[in-house]
Ligand binder design. Structure first.
Ligand code: AMP
Length: 398
């Protein structure tokens, strides 16, 4: 069976077509600037890439173009769209409405649209648009919603509740939901496979460090705590997001800067994090370049990010009562040795013996062990693959 994985943003739509027998990606690509001028689809298949510049007034037109590319005479990998067994849609927030991946029907779509948009106003409406567009173009193909937050549904109440009036949690659903669940699930599973152990035997901290970053405690294969919260603004500071901050400081800043609720949230999401601290960039490659040239604020941003990540690693080792493995993944986790070394520095007391040599070895695109051979706690770099998890979950639903 072939499964199409769709990740729709407000003006973008990324896709992968995966053969589930081999779990190989047959084709992939993305539409950009949907609904605005200069729309473009970059589609890869058969070892070639085509750049298709066509008007895409909406997601429906975008998905039609994707299907044309998938069946194209040069880069196409299937004869007709009937070969697509199902579509798996990435959805960021589920709230408490969906605890696991769910097949789409009218009621499910209604719940997604009426209940969850507030929880991820940038992401969930886009996902619903993507689902509706695919349903119009492929009405007979089963569709699944795969939520970033599902993997975190196993957190105990004491981990996901905030210290607010319990009635307000019940009334409004204000609690920690977490994000990047598909990534944390994938890399913790791969770590267990690599270590030749059952996930049930392992206590793992997974560090998904990218433009958005989150750290998760995975005990016995299940999430027991995670650093992101009600929304993906919480936890460690990120590219442009502040991460955890005293709520009183937010009100104080808004007052001083004359900002509305929406404006201060925009500020915390878009103007803070390492970009705000460095004043240079949200991209860790730029920060490393700056730090090498002696820019102290670039170095400070790198060090703050690593320090905050380390604090979660320590906290989660305490939460689980032990630690067998630390996993680094995503753009920064896979590519920035400085951050990995800073996070692991001084963790000998937990049983981490770090290998600077392995840490600095070239990224070969596969799993790498960057702890010393005799380290009690294994430190691994594992490339994430969220699309594959979405495809697997979709297949399992069918
Ligand atoms: P992600 O959100 O997982 O795509 O990660 C994006 C971030 O990863 C970028 O903002 C960079 O800071 C970082 N990144 C990606 N590739 C590299 C690389 N080759 N070297 C260093 N940092 C990288």
């Amino acid at each position: 069976m072939k499964i199409l994985v769709v990740n729709a943003g407000s003006s973008s739509l990324k896709y992968q077509l995966i053969d589930m027998q081999t779990e190989k990606v047959l084709a992939k690509g993305g539409c950009e600037r949907i609904g605005i001028s200069g729309s473009v689809l970059k589609a890869k298949g058969n070892g070639q890439e085509k750049v298709i510049k066509e008007k895409m007034p909406n997601h429906k037109v975008a998905i039609e173009l994707v299907l044309e590319a998938l069946t194209d005479s040069e880069i196409g990998v299937i004869k007709s769209m009937e070969e697509i067994g199902a579509v798996g849609h990435r959805v960021v927030a589920s709230g408490e409405y969906f605890k696991k991946p769910t097949l789409v029907n009218a009621e499910v779509l209604k719940t997604l649209e009426e209940k969850t948009f507030e929880l991820a106003p940038l992401h969930n409406p886009a996902a619903a648009t993507g689902v509706r567009a695919c349903m119009e173009v492929m009405p007979k193909t089963p569709m699944a919603l795969v939520f970033d937050s599902s993997f975190h549904a196993t957190m105990p109440e004491k981990a996901y509740l905030y210290g607010i009036d319990y009635n307000d949690y019940k009334e409004y659903g204000v609690r920690k939901y977490g994000a990047h669940g598909t990534s944390h699930k994938y890399v913790s599973g791969e770590a267990a496979k690599y270590l030749g152990k059952n996930p049930e035997e392992l206590k793992i901290v997974t560090c998904h460090l990218g433009n958005g970053s989150s750290i998760t405690a995975v005990d016995g294969g299940k999430c027991v705590d995670t650093s992101m919260g009600f929304t993906p603004l919480a936890g460690v500071m990120m590219g442009t997001r502040s991460g955890d901050i005293d709520a009183s400081a937010v009100e104080f800043l808004a007052r001083k800067k004359g900002m509305s609720h929406t404006e201060i949230l925009n500020y915390l999401n878009k103007n803070c994090g390492v970009a705000g601290i460095s004043g240079v960039s949200s991209d860790f490659r730029d920060l490393e370049k700056g730090a090498k040239k002696g820019n102290e604020r670039c170095l400070l941003a790198l060090d703050m990010f690593s320090y905050q990540t380390k604090k979660f690693v320590g906290a989660y080792a305490a939460v689980m009562g032990g630690l067998d493995c630390i996993v680094f993944t995503a753009g920064i986790g896979e590519n920035t040795p400085y951050v990995r070394a800073s996070v692991c520095e001084g963790l000998k007391f937990l049983g981490v013996k770090f290998s600077n040599k392995e840490n600095k070895a070239k990224n070969n695109g596969g799993i790498r062990e960057i702890s010393a051979k005799n380290s009690k706690v294994k430190v691994l770099v594992i490339p994430t693959n969220e699309e594959l998890v979405i495809a697997r979950e979709t297949k399992a639903l069918l």
